[in-house]
Design a protein around this ligand. Sequence first.
Ligand SMILES: CC(C)(COP(=O)(O)OP(=O)(O)OC[C@H]1O[C@@H](n2cnc3c(N)ncnc32)[C@H](O)[C@@H]1OP(=O)(O)O)[C@@H](O)C(=O)NCCC(=O)NCCS
Length: 164
Amino acid sequence: MIIQQARPEHLDGILALEQDGFSDAEQWSRHAWAEELEADDRLVLAHTDADGSVIGVANFGCVEDMADLNRVVVHRNARGRGVAAQLIQAGIDWAEALGATRMLLEVRTDNDPAVGLYSRLGFDRISLRRDYYGPGLDAVVMLRPITETTGGWDEATDWALTSA
Ligand SMILES: CC(C)(COP(=O)(O)OP(=O)(O)OC[C@H]1O[C@@H](n2cnc3c(N)ncnc32)[C@H](O)[C@@H]1OP(=O)(O)O)[C@@H](O)C(=O)NCCC(=O)NCCS
């Protein structure tokens, strides 16, 4: 499996993940994802398998010292194997290289897999946003300090991470 910067040819695969991972109301559109791919202050990482299919995607932003984890989704057949953790670690490395000192995210309080994953990766709950996703759908805000990491981000290299 390979992690790479997502390109327009990955859009179909990314949208398939959206449909697999989120309810209709929560899904991002093709247009929204296309804009994310083009934005200078965003990073979209695609995790692809041997035949090039996108099995995971994550989206990050970074402004000055604050980075954001905006989205992560992994195909249901590939979950529990560390795909999301690898994508998020790569995003943290990218943000650190840009000078970010913190990464912030919001997640639904009832999304146990995501909250569990973020906690395991060092994100702490810092506040609650009531009705953030609609009536009765609260968000927990989580923050992770960005400290020295073992990886690195080199924009000149269309780099790849190989995993087991
Ligand atoms: C959240 C999501 C991205 C995790 O992807 P993943 O590739 O399975 O995650 P990883 O394999 O890297 O990490 C698994 C970790 O998630 C956590 N986790 C998974 N299922 C869990 C559950 N039911 N309850 C609590 N924690 C859980 C654990 O910390 C687990 O670590 P462990 O394997 O050491 O126990 C995936 O479930 C998904 O795509 N969900 C739908 C989209 C979504 O909700 N995205 C997040 C909001 S944008």
